[in-house]
Ligand binder design. Structure first.
Ligand code: ADP
Ligand code: MG
Length: 476
């Protein structure tokens, strides 16, 4: 028969499963063991300190909610962490740590004319008709400017964000619209602006809200007949940050109310920061009058980061988590995952979790396996950059030479081999491959592929090179 603590934890897991991705569930929740239930306190055992910190940082909100649901309002969670004993081979010991309170970036209370449905007002002893409420800024303290690595890909957006943060409502960047693909740092930058403003001017009321949440609040307000209150509430903000405005597409009523809020804030010199996964011109289903307002300020895009920036982001993350990885592993991750920073970080985290769980050192081989398993969809394809690096390492040539126009024999051959593998292993066009390899055109790439094919049939030593390289390049 299951013990009480196991039963409670099993119920928690059921809820958790519905709220996190399968990968997160497997990585972070399956390894947890419930060890004890002492009236209101459930103790769970986690495999390492890193694990505990990760849970606290990313899942504490969810865990708290679930524990309260299962154990009542007094319910609490305690961790028991298996610690490695570094001085001897004695068995691991455990430490107990209660859950912490997440830090929050507090806003001052604001006076609000009426009740509003979506934001419960706790203090009943207030003058009717004028209530003070606390607006939670919803800012994530980890997403600050310090943690945001600057690169060519984000220079304009970052500096515009910084300018806005130092003079909210007072620059011509109003609204500031940050746009770019998934996982490129829009949300991070939006938070960073809010955090910086709170740092400089703690009395400003800053609110971060996703468009999705905004829409749901609005729908609730319509249901409860409190649309006016909803709109008043938003008009009280000094800085309104709305994430993923493309979500408003096709939602005419929500756009309408947002239009009025926008106008009010803009006219009263309040700062508006928006993010979107599309440039304004490509936002279909968003009313023209709103789009034209989006263009009043500055639209700055985030592009995919270059290799150096990707490596710097990984290093920053490792530094923050106190982790040290072999250089080749960091490079491999950065070479392999090129288009999405979230996935890049996800791969790093999976790798660390895996190694801490299985007590294996993080090697290049482990990195290859993990990337294969956890980020199948995006990282499967090796990048041209990576192929070039492997080929250059193999022939002991500097990569700059391969990318240059030099016609030295050994460089030409390495370059042709790199082109051959790029054609074979990536979905890149011939033109793109050529551009990466010394600015050649597509005919040159085609010629290279033919040459390599011919040589492979006639030259045994050359075939040996190809086989070695193929092994190095195939992820398994
Ligand atoms: P988006 O909102 O564009 O989908 P996010 O802001 O959620 O992307 O970023 C995804 C992840 O990548 C976050 O963990 C974020 O901290 C990280 N990230 C993005 N850009 C940078 C950067 N320039 N420096 C450091 N971390 C970054
Ligand atoms: Mg986002």
């Amino acid at each position: 028969m299951k013990k009480d603590h196991e039963k409670v934890w099993a119920k928690c897991l059921d809820v958790i499963k519905d709220n996190v991705t399968m990968q997160s569930f497997k990585t972070w929740f399956e390894p947890i063991k419930a060890v004890k239930l002492n009236s209101d306190v459930l103790t769970i055992q986690v495999p390492s300190q890193f694990f505990y910190e990760w849970l606290e940082e990313h899942y504490i909100g969810l865990l708290k909610k679930i524990i309260r649901k299962e154990l009542g309002t007094e319910g609490r969670l305690e961790y028991s962490i298996i610690m490695e004993n570094s001085y001897s081979n004695a068995s691991p010991y455990t430490v107990k740590i209660p859950t912490s309170n997440t830090r929050s970036i507090k806003n001052p209370s604001v006076a609000i004319p009426m009740d509003i449905g979506a934001n419960p007002i706790k203090n009943p002893f207030v003058i009717p008709g004028l209530k003070k409420i606390n607006v939670d800024s919803n800012l994530n303290p980890n997403y600050d400017f310090d943690n945001f690595i600057e690169g060519d890909c984000n220079r304009l957006a970052r500096s515009a964000g910084f300018a806005v943060a130092n003079n909210p409502g007072g620059t011509s960047f109003n609204p500031l619209l940050i746009y770019g693909g998934v996982g490129l740092g829009k949300t991070h930058l939006a938070h960073a602006i809010g955090i910086e403003i709170k740092k400089n001017e703690p009395n400003k009321t800053v609110l971060y809200v996703s468009s999705e949440k905004f829409t749901h609040q609005f729908i609730d307000a319509v249901k409860n007949n409190t649309v006016n209150d909803f709109s008043h509430f938003y008009q009280l903000m000094d800085v309104l940050i709305i994430d993923d405005v493309q979500f408003l597409a096709g939602k005419e009523k929500t756009q309408d109310v947002f239009f009025h809020i926008f106008n009010h804030l803009h006219q009263t010199g309040k700062q508006i920061v928006l993010t979107s996964d599309k440039a304004p011109v490509e936002m279909q289903g968003v009313e023209q009058r709103l789009l034209s307002r989006f263009k009043w300020g500055l639209s700055a895009d985030l592009q995919t980061p270059g290799l150096e920036t990707r490596i710097a982001i990984l290093q920053k993350k490792m530094y923050a988590d106190g982790i040290d990885l072999p250089k080749e592993v960091v490079e491999y991750l950065a070479y392999s995952i090129t288009t999405n920073i979230r996935e890049l970080e996800g791969a790093l985290i999976s790798l660390i979790a895996h190694s801490s769980l299985n007590k294996r050192a993080i090697t290049l081989e482990l990195a290859k396996q993990m990337i294969d398993k956890f980020v199948k969809n995006t990282a499967r394809e090796v990048s041209i950059d990576y192929i070039q690096k492997v080929v250059c390492d193999y022939f002991d040539l500097p990569i700059e030479l391969l990318k240059s126009k030099t016609r030295k024999r050994e460089v030409v051959q390495a370059r042709q081999i790199a082109m051959f593998f790029a054609k074979k292993m990536t979905k890149s066009s011939l033109a793109n491959i050529g551009a990466h390899c010394g600015g050649k055109d597509h005919a040159t790439v085609l010629h290279a592929c033919r040459t390599v094919n011919n040589l492979q049939e006639t030259d045994k030593q050359f075939r040996g090179y190809l086989e070695d390289l193929e092994k190095k390049l195939s992820i398994q």
